[in-house]
Design a protein around this ligand. Structure first.
Ligand SMILES: Cc1cc2nc3c(=O)[nH]c(=O)nc-3n(C[C@H](O)[C@H](O)[C@H](O)COP(=O)(O)OP(=O)(O)OC[C@H]3O[C@@H](n4cnc5c(N)ncnc54)[C@H](O)[C@@H]3O)c2cc1C
Length: 250
C-alpha cells in the first residue's frame, strides 16, 4: 500500500525461488547473477493434502500419535513413483497419514469431542495446471471431479489403516498444488521448497548469506525440508547476521 519499511538487515524466508523471482528488483537479480543460481535447482514434487474433521475425541476414535507412511506392498519405491507418474490411476507410491489432534496435548481443551487427520500424497502440478488462471473455490466441476476421485482413493487408504473412523468424518477438504500456490506462493505447488537431489546439497549459494549486502535467506531451502530444517535455518541465519556462535546456547 505504499508504506516503506527500512531495516539494516533483511531476511527472506519465502523460499529462494519466490524471493529471487518475485521479491527482488529484476536489476538486482541480474547484477548478482541470481537467475543463474536458480538454473541449478528445481522445485520439489507437488502434493495433494486431504484435511479431515471428525466427530469424536482422539481417544474415543483410537487415533494414534505417530505418523503413518504407507507404501505399496510390491515394487521398489522409485519404480512405484515412475509407474504412478506415468499413469495416475496406478497405486499411490506413498501415502502419509498424520494426526495433529493426537499430538497436541491441549487439543481436547480447545476442540472438545473433535479430531483431525491429514493425508498427503504426491501429484504432478501439471494435473491441475490448466486451472491455474481460475480462482480459489471457483475452479469448476471438472476440477472438483478430480479432487473427489483423489479424496475417495485417499479415504480408502485411511480406512485400511483406521477402519474405526469410517462414518465419523464431518468435514473434508482436499488441497491441490493450486491451493499451495494460492496460499503459500509455491509456484508449482511444491511441498518442500527445492527438490532434494544430491546436486542441491552441493550448491554453495544455498546458505544464509547472499551476494547482496545485509540481505539474507532463511527457511527450508538453505538447510533441508521439514519443520526441523526450517527451524535450524533460523539459527544459521542468526549466526550469519550476528557473527556470534549462538549454536552452543541453543
Ligand atoms: C501439507 C504439508 C505437510 C507437511 N508436513 C510436515 C510434517 O509433518 N513434518 C515436517 O517436518 N514438515 C512437514 N512439511 C514441510 C514443512 O511444512 C516445511 O518444510 C516448512 O514449513 C518450511 O518452512 P519455511 O519457513 O522454510 O517455509 P514456509 O513454511 O513455506 O513459509 C514460507 C512463508 O513465506 C510466505 N510468502 C511466500 N511468498 C511471500 C511474499 N511474496 N510475501 C510475503 N510472504 C510470502 C508464505 O506465505 C509462507 O508463510 C509439510 C509441508 C506440507 C506442505
Amino acid at each position: 500500500d505504499g508504506h516503506v519499511f527500512k531495516a539494516k538487515n533483511i531476511v527472506s524466508s519465502a523460499g529462494i525461488v519466490t524471493t529471487y523471482t518475485t521479491l527482488l528488483p529484476e536489476a538486482t537479480v541480474i547484477k548478482h547473477k541470481l537467475n543463474k543460481q536458480l538454473q541449478q535447482v528445481k522445485p520439489s514434487v507437488a502434493h495433494v493434502s486431504l484435511y479431515l474433521g471428525l466427530e469424536g475425541t482422539p481417544e474415543a476414535l483410537q487415533i494414534p500419535k505417530t505418523n503413518q507412511w504407507i507404501y505399496p506392498a510390491e515394487g521398489d519405491h522409485d519404480t512405484c513413483v515412475d509407474n504412478y507418474l506415468n499413469d495416475l490411476s496406478q497405486p499411490f507410491p506413498v501415502v502419509y497419514i498424520s494426526f495433529p489432534c493426537a499430538k497436541d496435548p491441549d487439543w481436547s481443551n480447545r476442540y472438545p469431542g473433535k479430531s483431525s487427520i491429514d493425508i498427503i500424497t504426491l501429484i504432478p502440478y501439471e494435473t491441475f495446471e490448466k486451472w491455474s488462471d481460475t480462482s480459489w473455490k471457483k475452479r469448476g466441476d471438472d476440477y472438483e471431479a478430480i479432487k473427489e476421485n483423489i479424496t475417495n482413493r485417499l479415504l480408502t487408504e485411511l480406512y485400511k489403516q483406521l477402519p474405526q473412523v469410517e462414518g465419523k468424518i464431518v468435514h473434508q477438504e482436499l488441497s491441490t498444488p493450486l491451493t499451495t500456490k494460492h496460499f503459500v506462493n509455491y509456484q508449482t505447488g511444491e511441498i518442500y521448497g527445492l527438490d532434494h537431489t544430491p546436486s542441491r546439497f552441493r550448491q554453495p549459494f544455498l546458505k544464509p548469506r547472499t551476494p547482496i549486502k545485509n540481505f539474507y535467506l532463511t527457511g527450508q531451502d538453505i538447510v533441508t525440508a521439514g519443520v526441523a530444517g526450517a527451524l535450524f535455518s533460523g539459527v544459521l541465519t542468526s549466526i550469519a547476521i550476528t557473527g556470534k556462535n549462538i549454536l552452543s546456547k541453543v
